[in-house]
Design a protein around this ligand. Structure first.
Ligand SMILES: Cc1cc2nc3c(=O)[nH]c(=O)nc-3n(C[C@H](O)[C@H](O)[C@H](O)COP(=O)(O)OP(=O)(O)OC[C@H]3O[C@@H](n4cnc5c(N)ncnc54)[C@H](O)[C@@H]3O)c2cc1C
Length: 603
């Protein structure tokens, strides 16, 4: 079916519109081409990365570079690059699945890969002129050159637009001279192209430049020593100093003062890819953990037989499943939106830019949720391995935990992404792109009305869960709507509220995605075949409801008072109440038994 405006939800609209399960894309929908790509990437990971884990851990930066070149030879660096510039021009889903399946060997390679293909290359493919693209993109796509992205400075991290690096136009008007210091630059040690952000005169916004780097002829560029990091040890991270670095004016990216926009849009793409890059790690962590738990005996019993361990296995599997469901759902939305814009006459470049921008809310949601899930998985993985897990570098859990930690910090910290997700949603509502006001008013009316005492028929698969999701959406509208009414444009000063609202938003998206995926698969493959997936969807939702209740309560009692507070708290109770509570222990047991029997993540 051709994608058209009518059946593609806009970014953020998931909150106010019901999605049919047939309209979501799931990993089970991978085309033959996508499946081949996935298998080829997995095979590469198994052959080139995983067996060399010890060398990556020993900070063998040369190995990272060598494997990056091999990834280039395989075409993996060019998946997202249009054919006109030497790329494979595959769709957004393929881009995301490449990031997913190449990432579980080590965070070192995953970071190098992500920094190069995402923030190191995308600013040129998305914003470059034809000449810039012709000159740089084919070399970046093939792996002849590697890219780095120089935004962060010692004084400018989350406040990325406050950088002090300057770009000064030469007297003859032919070049800019860049001066300044960048920090935490991934791939700095082996890159040939840097996307550098600098300020021209007293401009409000920074400007992006493409800067070539050649160690033999450094043009005023010097690199700091490799940083000694907690994790991702063979990912090259250095400071970069620019001292009168001359950059021809034709290397300015987009226009003067457009850098902040470029930086933010590059990060949007980076965020969903980073979420994907945390997925296969979760699968692998679970597979390794269950493998160990099946082997390890205490009290003459495999530890996987203990309920305490089953909880962990079940929760790890469930989070990985929800993460996959939400990531591929959003990836296909982006792909369809790009196709729709191209069909309407946009160039591929414009279409891609707008397509990703449209789903910036979902990209932030995914970045936060999946980066926290992988950390949690690694933490539980360590626990399952006991002393061997946390204190022996011989086992994979210790490095998985250290590698996972960075995902909560880069591509915008999780605090910043939480606040952004809600902030962007409110902005979209104000622009009329998502109608939050109408649905929020309806919730208000419902709160004042008398609740229905009918007993609905919940015999159909997920009928109660779908009602719950609907009620959770009402909770968000009630809480966020109330906060917007109370604080108006000052809402962004109330960060604790924003963060609580973001947590509600995140849980809704993740839980709904898992349910829709399972429902779609149950319809086409039969509910019996999806019994464990049904259990995982129910388990995820159960936790989501709990989190939402807690965050909703915390918000309501902080901003509402008196009758309003009482009414909202009653609403919250109604919106988070199951008619039939699921038996969580049964659900977890069913999931854990399946994972144990298969001895791996198997969904
Ligand atoms: C290993 C590694 C690789 C990296 N690679 C790159 C790269 O390739 N290119 C690049 O440009 N950068 C890179 N970064 C930088 C990374 O993007 C920043 O570290 C990140 O944006 C956070 O900035 P910061 O470290 O200055 O922390 P800060 O901004 O100082 O934040 C510190 C804490 O304060 C919180 N905080 C900050 N502002 C606010 C606010 N307004 N409201 C509430 N809380 C706030 C943050 O959430 C965080 O918890 C990398 C970093 C690391 C560690």
């Amino acid at each position: 079916m051709e994608a058209n405006e009518k059946d593609i939800l806009r970014g953020g609209q998931f909150l106010v519109k019901e999605t049919n399960c047939e309209d979501v894309f799931t990993p089970e929908d991978f085309s033959e081409e996508q499946t081949m790509m996935k298998e080829s990437v997995m095979e590469f990971n198994d052959r080139e990365i995983i067996p060399h884990k010890a060398r990556f851990e020993a900070k063998d930066y040369a190995l990272t570079e060598e494997v990056m070149r091999k990834a280039g030879d395989m075409g993996f660096l060019s998946v997202a690059v249009p054919e006109a510039f030497g790329g494979m021009g595959m769709g957004f889903v393929s881009t995301v699945l490449t990031c997913d399946y190449i990432s579980s060997g080590t965070g070192s390679f995953s970071t190098a890969f992500g920094a190069h293909t995402g923030i190191g290359t995308m600013p040129i493919t998305l914003y470059g002129t034809e000449e810039q693209k012709q000159k740089y993109v084919p070399k970046l796509a093939s792996g002849e050159w590697f890219g780095a992205y120089c935004l962060t400075e010692p004084g400018a991290g989350s406040d990325a637009n406050s950088g002090k690096t300057t770009a000064e136009l030469s007297a003859d008007g032919k070049s800019y001279k860049i001066n300044g210091q960048k920090m935490w630059i991934s791939n700095a040690g082996f890159c040939s192209v840097m996307i550098v952000f600098a300020r021209i005169e007293d401009d409000k916004n920074i400007t992006g430049f493409i800067v070539e780097y050649d160690g033999e002829n450094p043009n005023g560029i010097t690199l700091g020593e490799e940083e000694h990091k907690l994790g991702i040890r063979a990912s090259s991270t250095r400071q970069v100093f620019f001292n009168d670095t001359v950059v021809p004016i034709e290397n300015m990216l987009a226009g003067r003062g457009e850098g902040f926009k470029i930086a933010m849009n590059a990060l949007n793409v980076g965020r969903i890819k980073l979420a994907a890059a945390c997925l296969d790690s979760q699968r692998r962590i679970l597979s390794t953990a269950v493998n160990y738990a099946n082997e390890r005996k205490q009290f003459k019993t495999p530890i996987s037989d203990f309920g305490a361990i089953k909880v962990k296995l079940a929760e790890m599997a469930t989070n990985a499943y929800a993460g996959e469901s939400a990531t591929y759902r959003a990836a296909k939305n982006i792909e369809d939106r790009i196709a729709m814009r191209e069909a309407a006459g946009n160039t591929h470049q414009e279409a891609e830019l707008k397509g990703v921008e449209e789903y910036a809310i979902e990209c932030s949601i995914l970045k936060v949720a999946v980066s926290e899930d992988v950390q949690h998985a690694a933490d539980e993985g360590i626990q399952i391995f006991g002393g061997m897990g946390g204190f022996s570098e011989e086992t994979p859990m210790e490095s998985a935990w250290r590698d996972a930690r960075i995902a909560r910090i880069y591509e915008g910290t999780n605090e910043i992404n939480r606040m952004l997700s809600v902030g962007m949603l409110v902005k979209k509502a104000m622009k009329g792109h998502v109608d939050l006001l109408g649905p929020a008013q309806k919730v208000q009316e419902e709160l004042m009305g008398i609740p229905s005492f009918d007993t609905p028929d919940f015999s159909e698969l997920f009928s109660e869960e779908k009602v719950m999701i609907n009620k959770l959406k009402k909770t968000f509208l009630m809480v966020a709507g109330g906060a917007v009414q109370k604080f108006g444009p000052d809402l962004d000063k109330h960060q604790q509220l924003l963060i609580a609202a973001a947590d509600i938003l995140i849980e809704i998206y993740m839980a709904e995605s898992a349910i829709l995926r399972t429902e779609k698969n149950a319809k086409r493959f039969g509910a019996e075949s999806q019994s464990v997936q049904i259990a995982m969807s129910k388990l995820y939702l159960y936790h989501a409801v709990d989190i939402i209740e807690e965050k909703g309560k915390e918000s309501i009692i902080s901003f509402a008072e008196g009758d309003e507070q009482r009414m909202m708290l009653m609403g919250l109770k109604r919106f988070t109440k199951y008619q039939n509570y699921p038996d969580i222990v049964d659900l977890r047991n069913e999931i854990a038994e399946k994972v144990k029997a298969e001895n791996k993540y198997c969904f």
